[in-house]
Ligand binder design. Structure first.
Ligand code: CIR
Length: 275
């Protein structure tokens, strides 16, 4: 099975442009300065350009103005190997986002991609932001958006080991941690993030390691072949990440995500990667 963390470029990235309603996206705390839609568009375009340079093909799912959060496409599907599990997002306003994503995956399948498209049951709630695939395992955050029923269903239906991790702070499991490769987690220097990362590292075993960064948002990085998307605007965190990338022969690409952070988003949430 292709790994998300190999040096060769992932085959596909699915993205969803910003809807005109993006300024009304959900947010845990209303931002001090409201979302600047023009700036958000600019940041999203830079994100998509970075993806175009790093993956085989970018598949664009049409935006839906009735879904202010639709650009956070990661929450709508979990893909491991050929298995694509369409989620049932935790926020009621986001549940209608999944059908357009399922239809795009179906089009890829009819083009010959070896994908098996499945749907979580109506009993489950799960956001893809709570799902980290690393070391051949799925770690699923139990958060305000993702339920124990969803964890059990994923355990029963996914073709890989599945572990639950309590999320007691932040929106999602990946709000304060992410993976650089199959053994290395990037994690915020924050008690709750460190506790979750330590639990994951224990499952990964002797090779598992943690890279800590001072800024919570900056702990969300997106590995794409030999590139690593990191967040601009957090000098201490990006300095640390840039030097680690250099040591490992990876190329950091800095992107500003300020308008997405206002809606509790970051780098992983704006795409779905198919290795
Ligand atoms: C939400 O509250 O659902 C969106 N405003 C943010 C979702 C971010 N998703 C992610 O990090 N996977």
């Amino acid at each position: 099975m292709s790994s998300l963390y190999q040096m060769s470029p992932p085959r596909f990235a699915l993205v969803r442009p910003l809807p005109a309603s993006f300024a009304q996206a959900l947010s845990e705390k209303p931002p001090i300065t409201p979302i600047d839609l023009a700036l958000a568009q600019h940041q999203h375009q830079a994100y998509v350009s970075a993806l175009r340079s790093a993956v085989g093909e970018v598949v664009v799912v049409d935006a839906a103005d009735e879904c202010p959060d639709c650009c956070f496409i990661e929450d709508t599907v979990v893909i491991v190997g050929r298995q694509a599990m369409i989620t049932r997002p935790g926020a009621p306003s986001r549940r209608i986002e999944t059908s357009a994503v399922a239809a795009s995956l179906e089009r890829l399948r009819t083009r010959g991609e070896d994908l098996v498209i499945e749907h979580l049951s109506d009993a489950a709630l799960l956001d893809g932001g709570d799902v980290l695939y690393v070391g051949g395992r799925l770690f699923i955050g139990l958060s305000r958006r993702t339920t124990a029923t969803a964890l059990e269903e994923m355990r029963a239906r996914m073709d890989c080991p599945v572990h639950g991790i309590e999320v007691d702070e932040g929106l999602h499991l990946k709000s304060m941690l992410s993976a650089l490769d199959d053994q290395t987690l990037v994690v915020a220097e924050h008690p709750s993030a460190l506790r979750m990362a330590t639990e994951i590292k224990a499952v990964l075993g002797a090779g598992g390691s943690l890279i800590t960064v001072p800024d919570a948002s900056a702990a969300n990085v997106l590995r794409l072949g030999r590139y690593v998307l990191i967040q601009d605007g957090f000098p201490q965190s990006s300095g640390r990440l840039q030097s680690i990338c250099g040591e490992r022969g990876l190329m950091p690409v800095s992107l500003k995500m300020s308008e997405f952070i206002k809606a509790d988003g970051a780098l992983t949430c704006c795409s779905v990667i198919i290795p």
